[in-house]
Structures are given as C-alpha cells and as structure tokens.
Design a protein around this ligand. Structure first.
Ligand SMILES: NC(=O)c1ccc[n+]([C@@H]2O[C@H](COP(=O)([O-])OP(=O)(O)OC[C@H]3O[C@@H](n4cnc5c(N)ncnc54)[C@H](O)[C@@H]3O)[C@@H](O)[C@H]2O)c1
Length: 458
C-alpha cells in the first residue's frame, strides 16, 4: 500500500539520489505505521462489537434500566469473578450449584433475584437443607449494588452460584434450563419499591411484567416444566378497606404502578396456568424486614438517619391518622416460601402443551399484627440507644397506602405457615446486623465490602 508522506509540497523535489534510501525507508516506515494503525483500528472495532454482543451484555443489564454507562456495565462485569456464560467453566458452576444433596426429597430450584434481600435468605435456606439451587440476578443499581455483591459473596461461600444476567434474557434462561432440569423456580426478581415508580416507571414494566413473562415462557417450554412460586405483594390490596386483607378480597384498585404490575403478574400467572399447565403459586408478602434488608425500606433508612442525627419524616394520613404496616420478619417469609415450594404440585404441561389442570394458588404471607410507624421508630430508638429527631409530615400521594394487615389463615392451613417473630425481636436482630455491617470492628470480613452506605428512595 502506497502512502503519501505528509509533507509540504516540493520538499522531496529537491531530494538528491543519495537520499533515495532514506526516502524509501521513510515510505516503508509510514506505510507500516499506517498498516499497523489500520489493523489496530479494525481489531479494536471487532473487539468492541464482540464485547457488546457477548451474552452477559446482550441481556438487558442494569444499565438499560437506569441509563448507566458502558464503563459502569464493564465494571460490574469485571467485579464479578464468574466466567462468561456458555463457557464450560460457567456450565460446571451451574451444574455444581444445582446438585441436590438431600435425598430422596431434595429439589433443584432456580432462584431469580437471588442477590436481593429475600432472594439471598431463601437461597441460603434452600442450600442449607441440601437442595440444589442456582441464583440469577442482574445486580442493578436501584440500591447500592455493593450490598448485593456482599450477599452474593456469602452465597458463593456456601456453594451457590449466582449467575449475573437479566430475566428478560431468553437465551440465557433457555441455557439454564438446558443445563439443569429445575424442579422449581422461585421467582423473586422484580423492581421493588412503591415510590420509585414515579421516577422510573419503565423499570417496573421491564422487570415485573416483561420479565415475569420471560420467566414463564422459559418455564413452559422446559422439559420437565418446573413448578413456579413467585413474589406478588400485599400492595395488590391497594385501596381495599376491608381488614384484615384476605385472599378473597378485591384487588382491582391498586394505588401505585408497582401494585398494578404485581396485580398484572397474578393475571399473567393465571394465563400460563390455564394455557400451558404451569403449577403457579403467588405469594403476597407484607412489608418484609430483617438483616441484609433493603436500604429503601423504613426500618433501614430510619436506622441510618437516626444514627446520623438527621431528622426523620414520619408520614401521617388525613386527620393525622397513623400509618401502620404488618411488618413481617424475613425468617417467617422464608419459611412460608419454602413451604410453598414443598407443597407445590408438578406442572402438567409437556412440550409446551398442557396435559391436564394444574395447581394455581395465592397466599398472604404477613405477620397478622400491624404496628404503627411511630411505634417502629420507638423500638429502633431503644435498640440503637439514640433518640430520633422526628418530624410529622402529610403522606404524599405517591402510591403508599395507610394500613396493611394480613389474614394468613389460608397459608396456615395449606402451608403450615406460622409467623413467630414479633417486631421487637426482629428489629433487635436487624439493628445488630446493621451495626456489624456498617460499623464493624476493624478487621472483620465485611469491613471492606460493606462500607459505603445504601442509597435511599425514602
Ligand atoms: N421486601 C418486601 O417488603 C416485599 C414486599 C412485597 C413483595 N416483595 C417482592 O419480593 C421480591 C423480592 O423483594 P426484595 O425485597 O428482596 O427486593 P430486592 O430488590 O432486594 O431483590 C430483587 C432482586 O432482583 C434483582 N432484579 C431486579 N430486576 C431484575 C431483572 N430484570 N433481572 C434479574 N434480576 C433482577 C435485583 O437486582 C435484586 O437483587 C420482589 O419481587 C418484591 O417485589 C417484597
């Protein structure tokens, strides 16, 4: 390839013959440099295209939900030590994680949202009792992803592989079902939080509607079809005023987009049960709290702000009505979730076609004793030994409801569900964890990983 040497015109006209070799040398030099540059650019473009097309990134990653940059996506990839999906090493980790050690009754479960609050506890409980379990989570940045990474590290320590990927990634889900004949899916991945829907409504549709359909599609095509247990929410009761909330009550007046997507999920579950014979159980969780909890939830951000000496806002309804919640401790929720898996009947479909009627259930999982937010703050003050600076403010119209109260008779009867942790005890455990995690004695395991605090969407 001939290259024009960049120079001023006429410079080479005056060249003498003995400069000829120098000229050739220069030509060769620039020609090689040009070739080198061309090939470097071509190689860089090829690498970049491969990078974007790699399965981990072609999946809808956190970045697509929250518009974070490619650099952030890359840093998420590199911060995880997992090999890329599809690698033999990756496949081995999936199979090892799914291996059942509890015979003859063990199950193999795909847990979506495994790096989340409830997901990490449920995954750990399954592993502890000898079930095979593989996690899936996209580690999005709705709240501090380092908390999710720390949960992942603990799970990895007990032999659980949490695959990094999005539930909307159909090829990834198919690959997982090809590798493992999962008997159950515990589907907990979702865009949680009521108030954030006013900022990022699309993330609720992406994870709670499209993502649920993607999981159900993969499940109905799998052979054998797994039974599905998934997280709906107490928020489906919306503006219902009949208390305590019972599964037979109306759920057609949601107060938030979050609630509407969970209600839509229950209807979608009905469709997949009806058409494809998937066995599906929807669990309506009531305000779950406990160690490793979510930073956007009241007991977490009240604790953080009380310790920081910040004034906390306590919402009040019309006529100064108190806001109250049926706070439910994480261990009780895990017990109810595992009991749902254990009592789930098999799906009846095969080859994507229904062969007979399949089980379809809905359960409330709550604590059955609502406590006012004012009382929650008082209990936290006692455990933290710090007086809160309180400010009462009118509850904004942001999707929150005034009151929740679960009737759990059905779950008691069908699942043997018995919530037995009161708020005093549960908050004591939460505060103990919080203080160890965010202000640990130096040298402890979590000192490096856990610091940095959680983002809040209060
Ligand atoms: N915590 C509660 O009080 C409560 C109450 C009612 C219902 N729920 C439901 O329970 C489930 C678990 O809630 P949580 O409190 O553990 O929330 P969480 O946010 O801690 O966990 C959800 C996990 O799902 C992951 N995720 C979100 N979208 C994803 C996607 N598209 N692909 C892959 N992973 C994705 C997140 O990264 C996160 O780790 C959710 O479905 C939530 O809606 C929770």
């Amino acid at each position: 390839m001939d290259v024009d040497i960049p120079s001023s015109p006429g410079k080479f006209k005056s060249e003498k013959p003995h400069h000829h070799y120098l000229r050739l040398l220069l030509r060769w030099h620039y020609s090689s440099l040009h070739k080198f540059l061309c090939w470097t650019i071509v190689a860089a473009i090829v690498l970049f295209v491969l990078f974007l097309a790699s399965p981990n990134l072609s999946s809808s990653s956190p970045a697509s939900l929250h518009s974070s940059s490619i650099t952030e996506r890359r840093s998420l990839r590199t911060s995880s030590s997992s090999p890329a999906w599809g690698d033999p090493a990756w496949e081995k980790r999936v199979r090892d994680s799914a291996r059942i050690r509890r015979r003859p009754f063990g199950i193999s479960v795909l847990v979506t949202g495994a790096a989340g609050f409830i997901g990490s506890h449920a995954t750990n409980a399954l592993k502890r009792r000898g079930d095979g379990v593989v996690g899936l989570d996209n580690f999005n940045d709705y709240y501090d992803p380092s908390l999710k990474r720390a949960r992942q590290a603990l799970l990895s320590h007990s032999g659980v592989f949490v695959v990094e990927g999005d539930i909307n990634d159909g090829p990834l889900l198919r690959k997982l079902f090809d590798l493992v004949a999962f008997t159950h899916v515990l589907h907990l991945a979702a865009q949680a939080g009521v108030r954030y829907a006013m900022k990022n409504p699309g993330s609720y549709i992406h994870s709670n509607v499209a993502g649920l359909v993607s999981v159900l599609e993969a499940a109905r095509s799998a052979n054998p079809q797994p039974a599905i247990v998934w997280a709906s929410s107490s928020s489906v009761y919306g503006l219902n005023t009949e208390v305590p909330f019972s599964e037979s009550h109306r759920t057609d007046s949601p107060a938030s987009l979050y609630a509407a997507t969970k209600k839509a999920g229950e209807e979608i579950a009905h469709v997949y049960n009806h058409i494809y014979g998937l066995s599906i159980t929807s669990l309506r969780f009531f305000t779950v709290y406990g160690p490793w909890g979510r930073p956007d939830m009241a007991c977490f951000f009240f604790t953080r702000d009380i310790l920081a000496g910040k004034t906390i806002s306590i919402f009040q309804g019309p006529d100064d009505a108190t806001v109250a919640r049926d706070f439910t401790y994480i261990d009780d929720i895990v017990q109810g979730s595992l009991a749902s898996l254990d009592t789930a009947q098999k799906s009846t479909g095969s080859g994507g076609t229904k062969q007979g009627p399949a089980q379809l259930r809905v359960f409330n999982l709550g604590n059955t004793s609502p406590v006012s937010v004012v009382e929650l703050v008082s209990i936290l003050e006692r455990h933290l030994k710090v007086k809160a600076k309180r400010k009462f403010v009118k509850m904004p119209r942001n999707g929150d409801v005034l009151f929740t109260h679960a009737n759990v008779s059905l779950a008691k009867k069908e699942l043997g569900y018995h919530p037995n942790t009161n708020l005093q005890t549960g908050l004591k455990r939460f505060v103990k964890w919080y203080l160890e995690y965010y202000a640990p004695p130096s040298g402890s395991y979590l000192t490096k990983k856990g610091r940095g605090g959680g983002s809040s969407s209060s």
